[in-house]
Design a protein around this ligand. Structure first.
Ligand code: COI
Length: 375
C-alpha cells in the first residue's frame, strides 16, 4: 500500500519567525547523542489562538520561549488543559515521517470536547507539526529507537475566576528529541496494583488526555515507588478488581507460547485512554499471526494465570516507551512473577515489528506512516 503524503493535505498557513540565535550544531549534536526523554527542546514552537469572535487565528512558528499568563487564567485554576504525544522518525535515507498523526488529531479533539474546549482543525494540528518539524528538521535524531517527540497541547486562557469553559484558548506545539523513555532501557518493570486510588471512573475523564488525569496519578505512582515498584497499575473504580492501565500506558496480556500464543488487552470501557500504540498492536499481532482481542481480566485471574503458567507475558504500551515488559506484580493480595520475570518472546517480537514499521525498516502495509520531509 502506498503511504499518503501529508504534502497532499491542505495545511493551515503558519507565519514563521526564525530563532535569532539557534542552538549551535555542536551543542545539538551533543544533545542528540544522548537525548533521554523530555529533557531538551528544539529551537522553535508553534502557537495559535482561538476566540469566539475570530475562531482560530494568529498561527505562528516562533522561537521556543516562556509563556506569560495572568495569574487568574482559567487553566491555572480549573485545569482546562489537554495534550497529545506523537513522534517523528528519521528513516535511513534521511526522510522524516510521522506515525498515524490523524489518530492523534482525532483524539486531541475528543479530549477537547470532553473538557468543553474549542476543537482544533486537522489542518492546523497537522500544519503546526509540518511547520515545526520542517523548521527544526536537524533536531530529528537518526538511528536506534530515537525520534523527535512532538507535544501538541491546548490551554483555556480566559482570565477570570468564574467556573465555566474559557472563551479563549491557546494551542501550542513543542518538540523534544527522544531516546528511550525508561532510563533502564528494555528492562521489565515491577508494578504496584493500586487499590487506594483510581485513575478514572465511568463518566469521568479517563478517555481524555487531560493534564488532570496525570496530576491525579502522581500520588499512586509515589505509593508504587514506596512499595519498591516502577509503575502503578490501575483497577476499575467500581469493584477495584478489573485491570485497566499501567501509569500512562495501556496493558497487554499474553496467554500461551509459540504458535498457541494469543493476546488480550483490556477493552475501552470509557475509563481507559484509547492508545494509538494499543490500537496498532491489535493489527501488528495479526500481521505476525498472533490472535489478539479486547477483553477483561481481574486481579485474581492475573495472579492465578501466572501461577498456572497460562499467562506467559504481560507488557505495557504507549507512544513514549513503545512496548515495555512487566516482570513482577506487587499488591495487597500478594506478589507474583510474570513468566520468568524477563522480557518475553512475544513482547519483544511485537515491539520490534512495530519499531520496524515506524523506523522504515519494513514496508508500511497499513498506510500508517506519513512522509513529512523528503530525503
Ligand atoms: C504515552 O506514552 O503515550 C504517554 O502518554 C506518556 C507521556 C505522558 C510521557
Amino acid at each position: 500500500m502506498t503511504s499518503p503524503s501529508l504534502a497532499d493535505t491542505h495545511l493551515w498557513p503558519i507565519t514563521a519567525t526564525p530563532h535569532p540565535s539557534p542552538t549551535t550544531p555542536e551543542r545539538r549534536a551533543e544533545i542528540l547523542a544522548n537525548p533521554g526523554f523530555g529533557q531538551h527542546y528544539t529551537d522553535h514552537m508553534v502557537r495559535a489562538t482561538w476566540t469566539a469572535d475570530e475562531g482560530w487565528h494568529g498561527a505562528e512558528l516562533v522561537p521556543y520561549q516562556p509563556l506569560t499568563f495572568d495569574p487568574a487564567t482559567n487553566f491555572l485554576h480549573y485545569g482546562q488543559a489537554i495534550f497529545e504525544g506523537m513522534k517523528a522518525y528519521r528513516h535511513a535515507d534521511g526522510s522524516i515521517w510521522l506515525y498515524r498523526p490523524l489518530k492523534n488529531a482525532t483524539r486531541f479533539n475528543n479530549s477537547a470536547r470532553r473538557l468543553a474546549m474549542a476543537e482544533v482543525p486537522e489542518e492546523l494540528f497537522i500544519g503546526s507539526i509540518a511547520a515545526l518539524v520542517s523548521a527544526d528538521r536537524d533536531w530529528v535524531p537518526s538511528g536506534g529507537e530515537t525520534s523527535l517527540y512532538l507535544r501538541p497541547f491546548m490551554l483555556g486562557t480566559e482570565v477570570g475566576l468564574g467556573v465555566r469553559p474559557s472563551n479563549t484558548y491557546t494551542y501550542l506545539l513543542i518538540a523534544s528529541p527522544a531516546g528511550a523513555y525508561f532510563s533502564k532501557g528494555i528492562h521489565p518493570v515491577t508494578v504496584w496494583l493500586s487499590d487506594d486510588y483510581v485513575r478514572a471512573a465511568p463518566g469521568g475523564t479517563g478517555e481524555a488526555k487531560c493534564a488532570g488525569n496525570y496530576a491525579a496519578s502522581l500520588i499512586a505512582q509515589a505509593e508504587a515507588a514506596q512499595h519498591g515498584c516502577d509503575q502503578v497499575v490501575w483497577l476499575d473504580a467500581a469493584e477495584h478488581r478489573w485491570i485497566e492501565e499501567m501509569g500512562g500506558m495501556n496493558l497487554y496480556f499474553v496467554y500461551g507460547t509459540g504458535d498457541q500464543a494469543r493476546l488480550m488487552t483490556p477493552s475501552l470501557t470509557g475509563a481507559l485512554l484509547p492508545g494509538v500504540t494499543r490500537d496498532s498492536l491489535l493489527t501488528v499481532a495479526q500481521d505476525l499471526g498472533i490472535k489478539a482481542e479486547e477483553g477483561r481480566i481481574s486481579v485474581e485471574e492475573w495472579k492465578a494465570g501466572c501461577a498456572s503458567g497460562e499467562i506467559t507475558e504481560v507488557f505495557a504500551c504507549g507512544t513514549a516507551a513503545v512496548v515495555t515488559p512487566v516482570g513482577e506484580v506487587k499488591s495487597r493480595m500478594g506478589n507474583w512473577t510474570v513468566g520468568n520475570g524477563g522480557a518475553g518472546e512475544v513482547t519483544m517480537r511485537l515491539r520490534q515489528a512495530l519499531l520496524d514499521i515506524q523506523t522504515g525498516a519494513v514496508p508500511d502495509r497499513h498506510a500508517w506512516m506519513h512522509k513529512i520531509i523528503d530525503a
